[in-house]
Every structure is written in C-alpha cells, then in structure tokens.
Design a protein around this ligand. Structure first.
Ligand code: GLA
Length: 709
C-alpha cells in the first residue's frame, strides 16, 4: 500500500526534489523548480509512472540515487565492493530513510540500504544548506568481521531531469585553464571526464553545469554540480535506451586504498548541487552567495580584498634585497596594500632546480633573515605575504638528503621529477607533522599576513593513498589556520590546477591562471565566475609584453580587466612608463572605491552581438559597476548599444564612464561632459535601449559606474 510517508520532498533554494520510495528504491521522481506548498507529491509521482516496454526488465528499475547492479540496472552502480579480492554483489534491499521534516519540505534526508547477508550498509545523505545549495555524500559501512574493500563509491548519483539538454564542462592546460565545452546530452551514450594527478587539475572537471534547451543568462532552468574535493575526481553521464541520463561523480579509489575492518565506514567527499530557475545569472549568483556566506574562511569574508604586488613576474628568481626594497617602495606608491614575496626567497633556490623543502630565508639574499624586508614593507603601510610550496621537495635539498623516503615513490624504481621536483607523501604522519612544525615556525617567527600555497607537480606515482593525502592536507591547513587565524591563504597550483571548494573553505582566494594576458583572462575568468565570486579570484596586471602569450596591450585595458576580481600587480613598476604608472595607480584607486560593489554584488554577464565584445555588471544595493571590453576589430563601424540587464528597472541611475578612458575609442564620444557628469537613465531604459559606446577597436575597455539617484 503506498503511503505518503514513502514519498519525500526536499526543498532547497529555488528547487524541489521529490523522492519516491514506494518501490523499494530511492527514486528521484522530480528535480526542478520549487513546487507550491501543499503540492500532492504522491499524485505527482503517480503521474510520472510508465509501463514497461518490451526491451527492458519486466519490473521497471527506477532511476535511483543509490543504484545497484543485479536488479536490472544497466548503468554504473553506486558502489563496487570486494571481499578477499572478489567482487561482492550487494543484495537488493528495500530503501530506508531518515531525516528532518520539520519545515514544509524536508531539509535533510538519509537514504540507506542494508545487506543483512553480507552485513554491509550503504547510505546517501542529502542536505539543503542555508544558501540553497544541496550537499550530498555517501557512506559504506562494514559490520562483518572480514575486511571490506571499497573499489568505488559515488559521492552522488543524480538521475538528470528530462529537460536537461546540454552539459557544460571544462578542460584546459597550464596557462590556458577553463576552456568551456558544451555536449548535447545523449550525443554519445557516455560523456565523462576526470583527473589522475592527485589534484583536480587543469581539466577542472569537478565543475559541471547542465542546461535546458532555452537557457540563457536571464531565463531558463539550469543546475550545476561540484565535487568539493582537492584530489582526483571522475564523472560520467550515461544515457540509456529510454533516453534517461544519470550523472555519476566521485573520487577514484586506488586498488586496496579503502579497506574497512569490522565497524568501519568510508564517507565520500561531498558533492554539491545548485539549481537556478531564472537562467545562468540565478545559478551563478547562488554559487557566489554560497561561497561568500558559507565556504570562505570567516575572517576573509568581511575584509576588503587588499591590492597585491607579487614579485614573480616582477623579478622571478633574480631577487636581491635592494631590488625587493625598491619594488616595495614603487608598489606602495601605486597604492598597493600587500607585498607578496614569491618563489626564490629560501635556502639555495636561485632557479627551479633546488631547495624545495628547505623553508628558511636564503642567506645569500637575506643575510639578516626576512625581518628587515618585512619591516620595510610594514613601514610603507603594506602587509607581507610569502610563497610556499609545502607539499613538494627538490631532490637537491637538505630535506631530501635527510629523508629520501618521504617522497611519493615506488620502492626500487626511478623517481621521475616534474619541474625538477618530487612530491612529499603527505599520507605519512611524520611528513604531516614536519610540515606543520615548519610552517608554524615560519608563521610564528615572522609577521606574515598571507601565504600563497602553491602545488606545481602532479602526485605521481599516485599509488593507494590518494584520499589519505587530501585529508592530511585539510588537517594541516585547518591546524595552521587554528594556530594563526589571521593569516590568509591563497590556493595556487601552477595557476588554476587546484580550485575547488575543499580548498576555498580554507583559503581566501584562488590563483586563476599564471596567464595574466587580459584577452585570455576575459575567457577564463568568465568560466570561473560561473561558480566563484570575483573577490575570491586573483586577477593581476602583468608585464608588457605578456611573458606567456607575447602579446602587448595597453595599460588602460590591462588595468580595467584586473579590477574585476581581487586586483593585484605582477610586474615591475620601474619598467613602466610614467604614463603607465599613473594609469595603473588610478585604477588601483578605482578598485578600492568600487571593490565593495564588485565583491558583494550580484554578477550579470552582458550579452552582445559582436563576437569580440564581453562584459559584466556587478550590482550591489544602490550602486553598480559594469566592465565592457572589445577584444577584436569590430565588423561594423557602429556596434549595437550595450544593454545592462540586472538593475532595478523602476529606479533612475546616474551613469558615468569612469576615466581614464580608452584610446582611441574616447575620441568617438560625442559629449565628454555628459559622460563625466553622468546621464540619468532608468533601469528599464538601460536594460532595453542600452548605452551606445565606442567599441570599434581591439583592446578597448569601458567602466560604467551607476548610482541610484
Ligand atoms: C607557479 C605559480 C606562479 C609562481 C611560480 C613560482 O607557476 O603559479 O604564480 O608562483 O609557481 O615558481
């Protein structure tokens, strides 16, 4: 007899999920926009049922969030388990549930099934977080007295709603992160991706978006899934002959990596699901709120994001104390608030061939230690940040000589390097303890406000301790943060090789890419910002020409693009012209006066017909700031007006173009005074008629300031 208690409803943000447990499965009957309070969910489930056809099991196998083989399910099962090396098929058992239904919809459910014969239980835990994002994790428990090997365990299995038509996924490489691809759902029976290097990697496959056919910026259904994990991931979407698609996502487990003794459990990393009912903007801003309000370390949430100067592209390894001191003076003159000393400051590190692991100041560069430089920086009114790459070591280092067995290696085999370095095996307790003592020592001894925590080598040979290494890294970061709560940390892995919410729960920001070329940045920032707020995204003005792409672009353009994010400078001001320094300093000041809007606001993408035109609008209460860029040479002399959607349509805004204006575009403005003093327009007019801006030439960028009158 079906009862309403075996139909469960979960409301989260703009979404409702309904689970039908009546047939013994945790069947996801609905995942879509929020249903009215009092919706008859039983009727909804009944209306969605169908009869079996001739080419499937006689008893239909519903799309469950805990699918197992054996019932006729032909996709990838939630788990793969073994005992004594032999695969163990779980016996189907009716689903059980528990959870909290205090409010109108439930806020938390736990589905579980128990195989009494093998004494194993499996659970999937769904929780609506206060942000509206849903967190899902799974667990396997072994109650038998023989060891259970977990070969695979999904964090999340999500049957996709039938309105899903497109998967948006990412891949990339060093300095070219976040290339976006769109795959039509069902274009292949299986679509998937993953990483194997011990970190999410440049493929960034743990960030996925799903869209309906008509989804655009301000309209349509969409959702996103993220694996909140700083190690490897795998995901796949299978589409079956019925046209039903299921997403499987989790961390891959090495052979013998998870072995459960009697009474032990394995809990997977969490997967997060976010739903948007009003286009990409609604989904993006849900992620941004989630990251700002729940994920980022508490002490970083409220603080203004200080302007950085990072020494890497200013002087690289060629650092001397006088040069650094001059750099600090020049940085302060531009308005910089934090000076970050990058790679090259420690032990004998004069290039990338040695010394990782030997975390003491180079006696050659800093004969009196770091204190004199830090003091100088503090006197100039800035705080001090330091680059470290704790999880690594160089074969040419004192640490390696003392502990050659501490690196990840296979006994008796060669130890291949990458960037001339090896990786420490953080799963070894003595390595974790050593790093804690070393970093704690550095932070206790010096006035350090910030660590740039890098990770430049993949963790090969990966072996069987991949999960343990990530958990040790989290413990290490958590303990350091507990001991030094005011120190902010940046996650960097040769740029954006380890950007995930596991790291961002412990770090103030991520380094989006080593590539500071603004044309590349526009592309890759746009992709990161689908998930992550501007304030968490490190965005720097680099040298000219750009050392990675070789492209030369005006300072006006570079500065405007670096302002949209957490602004910094990664170039030597002494090598800039007076005019460039003055343009840069003006933008640093603009960033300071607008960072509240940029970092707290709702972010909208500006749509435009011209392929080279891109733009964003950040709206916070009565103020808004838009950035509009033209990357190419326009097809027509006059480009279409730029329409700003996302403002309050009933209010009037004073609209100004912030100076310094781009050249030669500014020459085509009809009335400079009008744009300087501001023109009054309604949100409606701005959204529908828009602003006519000169956008003819490549490397043109405009900042549009809007304030409610
Ligand atoms: C990585 C980082 C860079 C810089 C160098 C230093 O490539 O991404 O920003 O810190 O290491 O070696």
């Amino acid at each position: 007899m079906p009862t309403t208690s075996s139909i469960r409803r979960l409301d989260a943000g703009a979404a409702t999920l309904v689970f039908d447990l009546r047939r013994g499965y945790a069947e996801l009957a609905t995942f879509g926009p929020r249903l009215p309070v009092g919706e008859d969910c039983e009727a909804l489930c009944d209306a969605g049922r169908r009869a079996p056809h001739e080419s499937e099991p006689d008893v239909i196998v519903p799309n469950s969030v805990l699918p197992l083989l054996g019932s006729g399910y032909a996709g990838k099962s939630s788990v793969e388990l073994c005992r004594a090396g032999r695969e163990l098929p779980l016996r189907a058992a009716p689903i059980e549930w528990g959870g909290d239904e205090a409010r109108s919809g439930g806020t938390e459910f736990r589905f579980s099934l128990r195989d009494e014969h093998h004494r194993i239980s499996l659970a999937s835990h769904w929780r609506a977080l206060s942000s509206g994002v849903i967190a899902v994790e799974s667990a396997v428990n072994n109650a038998a007295d023989s060891v259970l090997q977990v070969a695979r365990c999904a964090s999340l299995v999500l049957p996709l709603p039938r309105w899903t038509r497109t998967i948006v996924h990412y891949d990339g490489r060093w300095s070219a992160e976040m290339h976006e691809s769109r795959s039509a759902l069902g274009s292949a029976p299986r679509i998937g991706g993953g990483s194997t290097g011990g970190r999410p990697g440049f493929t960034a496959g743990q960030w996925l978006r799903f869209e309906a056919a008509d989804t655009c910026e301000h309209h349509g259904l969409c959702f996103a899934v993220h694996l909140e994990w700083s190690g490897d991931h795998e995901w796949q979407v299978d589409t079956d002959a019925n046209g039903d698609s299921v997403l499987w996502i989790g961390t891959p487990l090495g052979h013998g990596e998870v072995e459960l003794a009697e009474g032990e459990s394995f809990v997977t990393p969490r997967a997060l699901v976010a739903f948007g009912s009003q286009g990409r903007a609604s989904l993006r801003n849900l992620w941004h709120r989630h990251v700002r309000d729940i994920v980022l370390p508490r002490q970083s949430r409220a603080q203004p994001r200080k302007v950085h100067l990072n020494t890497w592209e200013a002087c690289g390894f060629a650092m001397t104390l006088p040069r650094l001191e001059q750099l600090a003076v020049d940085a302060a003159a531009l308005g910089v608030e934090r000076f970050v000393l990058d790679d090259g400051w420690f032990s004998g590190r004069r290039d990338d061939r040695s010394s990782l692991g030997d975390w003491w100041p180079s006696p050659q560069v800093f004969p009196q230690g770091l204190a004199p430089l830090i003091e100088k920086i503090r006197t100039l009114g800035m705080d001090f940040g330091l680059w470290v790459e704790p999880e690594m070591l160089s074969p040419e280092s004192e640490l390696y000589r003392a502990h050659p067995d501490w690196c990840i290696h296979v006994e008796g085999q060669a130890r291949p390097t990458q960037r001339h370095q090896l990786a420490l095996d953080l799963a070894r307790p003595e390595v974790e303890a050593h790093l804690l003592a070393t970093l704690d020592g550095l932070l206790s001894k010096h006035d350090i406000a910030y660590l740039k925590w890098d990770h430049n080598r993949e963790l090969f040979p990966s072996g069987r301790r991949r999960v343990a290494r990530v958990r040790a890294l989290y413990r290490l970061l958590d303990e350091l943060r507990a001991r030094h709560p005011r120190v902010e940390i940046e996650t960097c892995a040769s740029g954006g090789g380890r950007v995930d919410l596991g790291m961002l729960a412990r770090c103030a920001r991520f380094w989006a890419s080593d590539n500071n070329d603004p044309i590349e940045r526009v592309r890759l920032n746009r992709a990161w910002w689908q998930f992550l707020p501007l304030g968490s995204c490190g965005n720097h003005v680099g040298p000219d020409p750009n050392p990675i792409t070789g492209r030369s672009l005006p300072m006006n353009y570079r500065s405007k693009i670096a302002m949209f994010g957490h602004m910094g400078i990664e170039a030597d001001p002494a090598r800039m012209s007076d005019d460039e320094r003055s343009v840069l300093a003006t933008h640093v000041a603009l960033y300071k006066s607008w960072r509240g809007v940029l970092h707290e606001g709702e972010l909208y993408e500006i749509a435009h017909d011209e392929p080279g035109v891109a733009g964003w609008l950040s709206v916070s209460h009565a103020r808004a700031l838009a950035l509009v860029v033209q990357q190419e040479f326009a097809r027509y002399f006059e480009t279409a007006p730029v329409r700003l959607v996302g403002l309050d349509r009933d209010r009037r805004y004073r609209v100004k173009l912030l100076e310094p204006w781009p050249s030669p575009a500014a020459r085509y403005l009809v009335d400079a005074t009008l744009w300087r003093e501001g023109v009054l327009l309604s949100g409606e007019a701005l959204a529908t008629r828009g602003l006519r801006l000169p956008l003819r030439h490549p490397a043109t960028a405009w900042l549009i300031a809007l304030e409610i009158e």
